[in-house]
Design a protein around this ligand. Structure first.
Ligand code: ZN
Length: 365
């Protein structure tokens, strides 16, 4: 192989890019990162099985004997980030570190797949192999040591990786801040706008809190560069724009949900997913069920929606205006749901957004 598989190299970092199959083909790649100190060598995430040839090639291109990999640091449990754990463990003898929150899924590929692809009856027609299991090697590489927010992994020579908990997309996700270069490495809390699937979040409030946390971190820690799993390296200013865009996309999901519950009282969970995906021109697939379910639970908690006779009804209080640029710190926007009932509300999130979802929302109020 003459062409290097190393897509980015700077300071202690070397990036290996792996193309993604299925709906993502030609649109998104997963990146894994070698981080080299004077004492230890770490790899952040193991990527997907389809990227194993690239990973093998990277060891050669970087002149790294496989046995010199000390640590595999996992961002989260999804199949495109842990797919080569077993291979790396067997080939290198590395120690695998990750967040405790999803250690059970990392240790069990079938559990990992079923817990998300088949989390709901509406997703059960999706093929577990094609959607998830085929992305991972046959052997799992379980987490051996847990890491949590604020932990520091010293690789030697001043290269230190500080663990930054970034929950919401997964409830067991971390990023890493390399202190000597002020570089933040994060996987999926900030998803690129060209992602072909609806924004995946397990808890909308936790997701929004993580957007706030990343925004604050960029400024407070004087972040110089951000390395992403599915996007090109960005400056702090570019990352701030992405944070705003991510906030807007999550707000747009919820605005679509309100629109369609109002327009179609008793709408089914599956139809709500389809319409929200259509509003953003996204593929109607299993990830979206997770996000729609998470926001429905939040709407119920806020008294905005309820489930009756198997369908979903909007019962009061508007989707809060959580669009771009608006920060909410624990504000209970819908705590007065009863007093808002039946009134027209300023649909801030919808006005700030453009596109079919926003238009439909205005028409549906
Ligand atoms: Zn993910």
């Amino acid at each position: 192989m003459s062409k290097s598989v190393i897509s980015y190299q700077s300071g202690p970092f070397a990036t290996v890019s792996m193309g993604l199959p299925g709906d993502h083909e030609g649109k998104t790649a997963t990146r894994v990162y070698f981080v080299r100190g004077t004492e230890k060598l770490a790899l952040i995430d193991s990527g997907l099985l389809g990227g194993l040839p690239a990973l093998e090639q990277a060891f050669e291109d970087l002149n790294i004997p496989r046995s010199s990999l000390d640590l595999l640091l996992l961002t989260h449990e999804h199949m495109d980030h842990v797919g080569n754990n077993g291979w790396l463990k067997a080939e290198t003898g590395c120690t695998i570190l990750g967040h405790e929150g999803r250690a059970d899924r990392v240790a069990d590929n079938m559990l990992n797949a079923k817990a998300i692809v088949h989390a709901f009856p509406e997703g059960e027609h999706f093929d577990l192999n094609a959607e998830y299991l085929d992305w991972m090697g046959p052997e799992e590489g379980p987490i051996e040591e847990f890491i949590k927010d604020g932990d520091v992994i010293d690789l030697g020579g001043g290269v230190e990786l500080e663990v930054v908990e970034v929950l919401g997309h997964s409830m067991g996700e971390v990023g890493f801040f390399e202190r000597s270069t002020k570089t933040l490495i994060i996987a999926d809390p900030l998803l690129p706008p060209f992602n072909p699937v609806l924004y995946l979040y397990e808890d909308p409030n936790v997701m929004r809190a993580t957007f706030d946390k990343i925004e604050a971190f960029l400024a407070e820690r004087d972040v110089q560069a951000v390395l992403f799993a599915h996007d090109d390296v960005k400056t702090a200013a570019e990352t701030q724009e992405l944070v705003d865009d991510c906030r807007a996309r999550v707000a747009k999901v919820e605005a679509s949900m309100v629109t369609h519950m109002k327009a179609n009282p008793g709408i089914s969970f599956g139809d709500l997913r389809d319409k929200c995906c259509d509003d953003q021109d996204m593929v109607r697939e299993w990830r979206a069920l997770v996000s729609i379910d998470a926001s429905l639970k939040d709407f119920v908690a806020k008294g905005m929606a309820e489930q009756r006779d198997g369908g979903w009804h909007y019962v009061g209080c508007s989707a809060s205006p959580r669009g771009a640029g608006i920060r909410h710190h624990g504000r209970a926007d819908c705590s007065l749901a009863g007093s808002w009932r039946g009134r027209r509300h300023p649909m801030g999130a919808a006005r700030r957004n453009s596109g079919p979802g926003a238009g439909a929302l205005r028409g549906g109020v």
